[in-house]
Write a protein that binds this ligand. Structure first.
Ligand SMILES: Cc1ncc(COP(=O)(O)O)c(C=O)c1O
Length: 390
């Protein structure tokens, strides 16, 4: 059997894969098994912040790998403590819980919010209000948090205690808060899987005001938007709000599984030994890699992210076949006249890997993608959007 046949035979049928087998890559260039070269404009869905096999990250990971690969959370070790310190210093948050994925980071946030609200107001204050069209993960509880029926069907009953407000609709949000005994409001500043849609500034400020007034926790899901992708370290920083809990994953690990739930002042003392845990969470190798990533997400890099973002938006806005470009930083969605899948196939044929978000072509390039490669990729995308329909 070749690789595709073996995969189709033995791997659970949960992904519709593109018809190529990727074998190696460096930076923003990746090769398939036939040696065909592609410009990587999706970084493994917002994971490889500095591209494939980035030298600094590889060195940090390899060094830790040959020193201590895993010790369990029964012992202290340096990488997770150092990474937690860095995250707290850069965000003002007070404590970090490490896990292995975005879904787990969100599970932890939900547990923290419920435990805090139960202790403060009573166990009936358990509802988490999320937004319609959101995406928070695929475990039964984070599916419940995800405000999209399409992901719920086939898996009912989901975890109780979630309600969904319309994004950018303050009245609806207020209604949902009034109707429920609410522990927290949870949202992505840019709905990624929902179609790369940034929330309006006024709406986010209103969430902050409601949370403050009602003593409700604000949870921001930075799994996809986080770690420099938005042009700031975390996307909530664009809005001038101060969340109580911030979750992240994807880019933090740079290609190894790592989730983080950052707890602000209010909730910093919510957990005690036994409240929560994870065998692999805070794994030394993942954390050593993450330190090497976080160290390099500085003002200079963030400025470059904004410049590259502007270049993409300026190049594609108003181009033939492009209806709109939405998003923030290097997390952009292109609404196309053609079917997005058609554009994506055309790009792949011409050596550029992009993916879909709802009906849009989604771009999530490495934060350090060289300008020359970015320009080439944007040209291919532009031609794919504007070319004749297949
Ligand atoms: C905003 C957001 N939250 C949570 C998740 C789930 O992350 P993971 O797949 O690492 O569990 C994702 C994944 O796409 C996401 O985009």
């Amino acid at each position: 059997m070749n690789i595709k046949e073996k995969d189709n035979t033995y791997i659970a049928n949960t992904y519709s894969r593109f018809p190529i087998v990727l074998t190696e890559g460096k930076g923003s260039v990746v090769f398939d098994e036939d040696g065909k070269q592609y410009i990587d404009m999706n970084t493994g869905i917002a994971v490889n912040i500095f591209g494939l096999c980035d030298d600094v990250w590889v060195e940090a990971v390899e060094k830790q790998l040959s020193a201590l690969q895993h010790v369990s959370n029964l012992y202290y070790s340096a990488p997770d403590a150092t990474l937690a310190e860095m995250l707290c210093e850069r965000t003002g948050m007070k404590k970090v819980f490490f896990s292995n994925s975005g879904a787990e980071a969100n599970e932890c946030a939900i547990k923290a919010a419920r435990k805090y609200a139960a202790g403060k107001k009573g166990p009936e204050y358990s509802t988490i209000i999320t937004l319609k069209n959101s995406f928070h993960g695929r475990t039964i509880t984070t599916l419940a948090a995800t405000g999209q029926d399409v992901f719920h069907k086939d898996f009912l009953p989901l975890t109780d205690g979630f309600d969904y407000a319309e994004a950018n609709n303050v009245n609806d949000l207020k209604e949902k808060v009034a109707k429920n005994k609410t522990a927290a409001i949870m949202f992505e500043c840019v709905q990624g899987e929902g179609g790369v849609l940034p929330l309006e500034r006024d709406f986010v400020n209103e969430i902050a005001a409601i949370c403050q007034k009602e003593d409700i926790l604000m949870i921001v899901d930075e799994v996809q938007t986080g770690n420099g992708r938005s042009g700031k370290l975390y996307s909530y920083m664009h809005y001038g709000v101060s969340p109580d809990i911030v979750t992240t994953a994807k880019g933090l690990g740079g290609g190894l599984p790592l989730g983080a739930t950052m707890l602000g002042e209010k909730v910093s003392g919510v957990f005690e030994p036994g409240s929560h845990g994870s065998t692999f969470g805070g794994n030394p190798v993942c954390c050593a890699g993450a330190i090497s990533i976080l160290e390099r997400i500085d003002d200079e890099l963030l400025k470059k992210v904004c410049d590259k973002s502007k270049f993409i938006i300026d190049s594609l806005s108003g181009a033939k076949g492009v209806k709109s470009v939405t998003g923030m930083g290097l997390m952009l969605g292109i609404e196309t006249e053609k079917d997005a899948s058609e554009v994506i196939s055309e790009c792949m044929k011409n050596g550029v890997l992009v993916i879909k978000a709802k009906n849009k072509v989604r771009l999530l390039p490495a934060l350090n993608i060289p300008d020359e490669l970015l320009s080439k990729a944007v040209n291919v995308i532009k031609n794919a959007c504007g070319g004749e329909k297949i």
